[in-house]
Design a protein around this ligand. Structure first.
Ligand SMILES: [Zn+2]
Length: 325
């Protein structure tokens, strides 16, 4: 048994999961509770909308249409990953389905997929009391793409639900078996089309293995520096057919105590030296410009520039050494 999350609880859970939430009108009290029960909730159903355009999709899901009054779900998951909350309570999204599926979802007793439903919207049992519903903006034609940011939002929403129920002590498991597609509930539905539900459950479970603020794009597994060796960096920086390596850069290749970071430190020192050299040259030339009219000869000019460069390089080397000690 799981009492539905309150509006405040779902809002908090979604935001903690990193979901960008847009609250639409009086979503907290917009529902179909006057038509039947809501709860206990034992699962969540993912849908596609067969619509194009976020504004019209959200309006349709909030208001419904002549044959089916809204709200038609709890939240619309848009192409850009934003989640528009349109209702909270009983909503018209699950319709009729197979009670055997609800039993398997409640017990989390199925393996990869629930047993295929033998009942549908026209002859099945009511699912609107037992499931949260999420309408995902997509034409459902098998061609309309699912942007990564939208799919990521779908994963986050489902993980947020499970995490919130677990936090309040409900038996919602960790392997995402509370999450099904509409096609797994009703035998006359095909949504969502474009990604397999077992994969979504795997991705939700993976997310649940991390804290709510987990951001996969900055995780260790996706670290762009992971697996890069000092040899890789050396080769990238000092490929001899492009830029000949200075003699002392060979240290980076042969000295075993050098980490990849040392190569970058070395490069940084070189860049600072070049920068200081250029600055010193500019200053020397500017100073010389005033002397030219007074008859300065070539030797005077060359000596002045070389002195300025030498002073600059010594100055920088001292700074680098101080920093590394
Ligand atoms: Zn559906």
């Amino acid at each position: 048994m799981a009492t539905p999350l309150t509006a405040d609880q779902i809002l908090k859970a979604l935001r903690a999961e990193g979901v960008r939430v847009i609250e639409v009108g009086n979503w907290r009290t917009h529902n179909r509770n006057h038509k039947g029960a809501w709860g206990p909730v034992n699962g969540s159903i993912v849908h596609h909308t067969v619509t194009k355009g976020t504004a019209t999709t959200v309006a349709l899901c909030r208001d419904g249409h002549a044959d089916l009054p809204g709200p038609l779900c709890h939240g619309v998951i848009a192409k850009d990953g934003a989640v528009h909350l349109v209702g909270w309570g009983r909503t018209n999204h699950a319709g009729g389905g197979d009670g055997a599926v609800l039993a398997q979802v409640t017990a989390e007793s199925y393996d990869v997929r629930p047993t295929p439903p033998t009942k549908g919207n026209s002859n099945g049992s009511d699912g609107n009391h037992a499931f949260y519903g999420w309408e995902c903006e997509n034409l459902g034609d098998g061609k309309d793409p699912w942007p990564a940011v939208q799919y990521d939002a779908i994963v986050r929403v489902q993980a947020a639900l499970i995490r919130a129920h677990r936090t309040k002590g409900d038996d919602w498991g960790t392997d995402a078996k509370s999450i099904i597609g509409h096609l797994e509930w009703s035998n006359d539905k095909v949504d969502p089309r474009g990604f397999p539900m077992p994969q979504l459950r795997t991705d939700v479970a993976e997310r649940l293995a991390h804290p709510a603020n987990w951001n996969p794009t900055t995780s260790e597994e996706d670290d762009p520096m992971a697996g890069i060796t000092k040899q890789d960096i050396y080769d990238a920086v000092w490929l001899t057919d492009k830029v000949p390596a200075p003699a002392d850069a060979a240290n980076a290749k042969t000295n075993k105590s050098w980490a990849a970071q040392s190569v970058l430190t070395d490069l940084h020192a070189r860049v600072r030296r070049m920068d200081a050299t250029t600055t010193a040259q500019a200053a020397a030339i500017k100073a010389l410009a005033g002397q030219l009219g007074a008859g300065a000869d070539t030797a005077t000019i060359v000596t002045a520039v070389e002195t300025a460069i030498r002073d600059a390089v010594i100055h920088v080397d001292v700074n680098v050494n101080q920093k590394e000690n």
